[in-house]
Every structure is written in structure tokens, then in C-alpha cells.
Design a protein around this ligand. Sequence first.
Ligand code: SF4
Length: 420
Amino acid sequence: MNVLHSPDLMEKLQILAGAAKYDVSCASSGVTRRNGGGLGNAKGYGVCHTWAADGRCVALLKVLFTNKCVNDCVYCACRAGSDTPRAAFTPREIADLTIEFYRRNYIEGLFLSSAIEKSPDHTMENIIEAVSLLRREHKFFGYIHIKAIPGADPALITRVGLLADRVSVNLELPSVRSLSLLAPQKQMPALLAPVRQIYEESAVNRDERRRFRSAPKFVPAGQSTQFIVGATPDSDLTLLKASETLYGRFALKRVYFSAYVPLHDNPLLPALSSMPPLKREHRLYQADWLLRFYGFKAGELLDDAQPNLDTELDPKIIWALRHLSFFPLEINRAPMEMLLRVPGIGVVSARRIIRQRRVCALSYDDLGKIGVVLKRAKYFITCRGVYRGDAPLRPETLRGRLAPPPVVWQPSLFDGGSYD
Ligand code: SF4
């Protein structure tokens, strides 16, 4: 029987795809792999994790292997003490579902996460078997993102790394204090062990592949993680410093932020009636973008006196308002690293400014044509010595000019996808 006609399997899919929606640690693959005579292609462009109610993903089948968990993390819908309906796939069910969905053009790949059933090793072995069936039996060459389970045998992490394109280890909480409060069965060193292992084995693999072109790829799309935002009192500064450390020390590709959705009453958690902090999540993605592409440090954006991001204005504008002594910058002379600090100038437009001013001095009109957002940038630049801002360089005045008009706020579907 076709797996999609099995009521039992569809019920599991409903439960386990629904449970996977709290995991945001997948987005773009960034990996390209040629089809070796089988099914699917892993393309370099992004893959989306949008889940539709009829069982379809835009591009990835995003499911948990199981939501049965031995741990009891207070914030989690899968925790052992929750009365949520439970289910678990078999490895073959995961493989068959992926192939059936792929053949129907519902998806391009798989994002497979899991709670911890019985033990980290048991869970990891099941996931490995499912993905082995896809890769070896079905010859599936599409994108696969796997969740590595902390505490699993390092040999299993290695096997996962050789099968998957991307691997993520969700740290969930950025501090030891929050972990001991909300996830007492988790310890930071154990969570970081697979992150470190993947980082080290990736470095060895890059070296091997330089010497032997036939060497198998190990986690070719890199690793990512997720932090929950708003379940604990951890500040944005703590979250950004943890992200900075992960990027710097373990070369993570992405840190994702997931606004905490209150699911049950617990004195350790925000009230059930409180809204998920989506605006905060959005600002964190903007700050994360500044860390990764604009040369900012977490300590420049926030400090102990101001540990949380402004929700009204984006972090780049806030930085500029706090450092008005650097402005206005002459657009025809400022170095690249300072152009990137101007609100309204993104990486692409900064590069265009540098390139084009080698030929001739840019005019104010030229800036608009090359992508500078002048309604923001005009307060922070001069062009050929002329300041075109219609307000003096004072934080309170500029804040009023740059604040968006009050609207019903809705987060972008493409958080972090661009910044200027
Ligand atoms: S280990 Fe993961 S799945 Fe299990 S309760 Fe904790 S957060 Fe949830």
C-alpha cells in the first residue's frame, strides 16, 4: 500500500510534523551536490521550512522522528511530563514518506529532528538508519538536515555527519543558569561536545578533500543551532554573545532564534496569556546579521547597562544614534568598514560605492541609484561635502525621524535575509 494512504502513518505525520514546528533551526542549505544517478539534487539556494496543514512542505519535509522524550525540559511540548499525544516513526516510514513526498513534488529534502526516546544512542541510531535508507536504498541525493542528539556516541555523530548536508545541535538556552532551571537533565559541556566534534571533523574533512577529491563530504552545509527567546530572563546581550562565541569558536553557519510560545502554566515560565516575543526575535535576527556580515561585535551593540535590543528601532540605527560623533561620514572618502555602519547602506551598496567612486566622485543622486536607502542614510552622510539631512544630528531628533510610523507589526517571513 502507498504509505500516504496509511491512516496510521498520516496520524503520526500530523503529530510529529506539528511537534516539529517549534524547531526553527533550518532554512537555507547553501550546499550543492550533483546527482549521482539517483533521485534529487541539493541546490545551493535556500530551502524553506514552511509547513502546510495538508501534510506538505514548501521544500522540506520537516518532522520529528519521535516526540517521546526521556527528558523533561520545562519549556518543551515533548517533555516527558506533557500529556501531548505521542508517536514515533520507524526508519523505513521516514524514508518512504520522504520519497513519496519528493515524487509528488511536495518537497526537495528532509529536515529530521527528534526528541530523545530511550537514550541519545537509540534515537541517533534510528535517525541514521532512516537516512541510510534514503541515501543508499533510494539513492536520494536531496538536501537532508539532521538534528544531532547531545550525549550520543561520537561515532554516531560521525556517521550522521557523513550522511547529512547540515547538522544542528539545539542549545536552546544560552546560559548554564537557565539550563539548570528549565532543562536540568542537560549540561552545557554535553551540549557543546557534538558541536565541537562536528567543527573539528569538518576541519579534518576539508583537509582530506583538498588532498583526495574522492573523500566523502562531512556536513557540507555546516552546522546550526537554535536558541529559545523569552522563556528565561536571559538578555539579548547574553544571546548575542553566545551566538558570537559559536560563530567564532565553532564556525557555525547560523544561529536561529525562536520566540517562546507559552504552552502550559508553570511558575518558571512566562504566563500562558503572554504573546510570543516575535518583535524581539526579529531584532535578534537583525543584530545577528550585523555580527555576521557587518563586522559588529555583540559588545558594541549592547552592554550591561543596556542589555536588550530596542524594539522600536533596528540595532544598526541604535548603534549610529549612540555614536553620532562618527557622523556625518563623507561618502566619497569613508572606508568600507565605516560605510557598513551607516543606516541605509548595506553590504552590496557599500561595495558599489567603493567600486564606483574609484572612477569619479559620487553624487547624491547616484547613491539612490546604487541602492542606498536615502531616507535613513541622509542623516549620517555628506556627499561631496553637503549634508542633506533635514534634522540636526541629535539622538532624540533623529530617533523621531527614523522611527517607523505606528502599524500593526508583522515579522518578515525572511528574517535576516537582508539588511541595509
Ligand atoms: S530533550 Fe529536547 S525534545 Fe526532550 S524535552 Fe528537552 S527540548 Fe524537548
